[in-house]
Design a protein around this ligand. Structure first.
Ligand code: ATR
Length: 287
């Protein structure tokens, strides 16, 4: 932890007003008696270089990073942790051993949320990953790292799914990785799937509406559906899944755990997880 009198933390992104992170971090800092503050920083792409100088001169001590900076920030940092290198994206920046360090807690946060739902061993699991954008990188990489039976990637723009599959196949030569056309999955689902994870932005806003939930009909009764969209808590996908009688994992859990892990990096202390969860659930929209 830096020697500054007050720990100045925050989250950068464009847009940023939707981020609920301050609602988790500020009560956590207060609970542990840490003099500090966590706030939104609205940073556009062309402002990123100047913003990093505020970290370099210790005006700001640590940040979380969200859209659209998770990859752009990489060349501006001194070192990346193994997690950030592997995922190829950064969501947490802090000083370590005198170096401005880029880390990624999204993958580990997702993994902790899976563990809470008893997905401790993926070796027999057939997983469908919906999406091939920034959020998919951390989730897919983490699943492959923990060794699953097979992974199917399915994305609206099929080429993006294909290039992600090729990239991951090079990193994990023994993994069974396939791609399926987006429309095909929407219409026919996947009767083998044990876990379907939405990493697209469908359901995030009222404009971005799921075209169909037909695929839910074709999933086996034991299949679990996870949505990494955290707000609202009951996303349209989770509601539709529950109506089909299937188990769900809500996106707020990953959001909580990635913040808990980032808090530990910023402060060097264990985060008050239960308190952060309580404040997070209070600020999210129910549905
Ligand atoms: P992020 O960093 O949040 O993942 P992104 O890189 O823009 O943002 O990725 C958004 C993901 O949501 C992508 O998988 C995107 O699909 P495309 O690659 O085909 O664009 C997906 N997505 C967004 N809107 C969608 C829609 N209306 N229908 C299907 N997929 C959509």
């Amino acid at each position: 932890m830096p020697n500054a009198k007050k720990l100045q933390l925050g989250v950068i992104g464009d847009p940023i007003s939707q981020s609920v992170s301050p609602a988790m971090f500020n009560p956590a800092l207060a609970e542990l008696g840490i003099a500090g503050h966590y706030q939104h920083y609205h940073v556009q792409k062309h402002e990123l270089g100047d913003f990093i100088l505020r970290l370099r001169n210790h005006e700001i001590h640590g940040i979380n990073v969200t859209i659209p900076h998770k990859q752009n920030i990489i060349p501006l940092l001194d070192v990346l942790t193994l997690e950030a290198q592997s995922i190829d994206a950064v969501n947490t920046v802090y000083w370590q051993d005198g170096k401005l360090t880029g880390h990624n807690t999204d993958g580990a946060g997702f993994w902790l949320s899976l563990q809470r739902h008893a997905f401790k061993d993926l070796s027999q699991q057939h997983v469908v990953l919906l999406g091939a954008g920034g959020a998919s990188l951390a989730v897919g990489y983490t699943l492959l790292q923990h060794g699953l039976a097979s992974l199917v990637i399915c994305n609206r723009h099929h080429d993006r799914a294909k290039s992600l599959a090729e990239r991951w196949q090079r990193k994990f030569p023994k993994a069974h990785i396939n791609v399926v056309e987006w429309q095909k999955f929407l219409q026919q689902g996947d009767g083998q799937a044990n876990l379907v994870i939405n990493t697209t932005s469908l359901g995030l806003t009222q404009q971005n509406v799921w075209p169909s939930f037909e695929f839910l009909k074709f999933l086996q009764g034991s299949c679990v559906v996870s949505d990494i969209v955290a707000n609202p808590i009951a996303t349209p996908l989770l509601l539709a899944t529950q109506q089909h009688g299937l188990m769900t994992i809500a996106g707020w859990e990953m959001l909580l755990y990635q913040a808990v892990l980032a808090f530990q990096k910023f402060t060097g202390q264990n985060a008050p997880q239960a308190l952060m969860q309580q404040h997070l659930l209070q600020i999210l929209t129910p549905n």
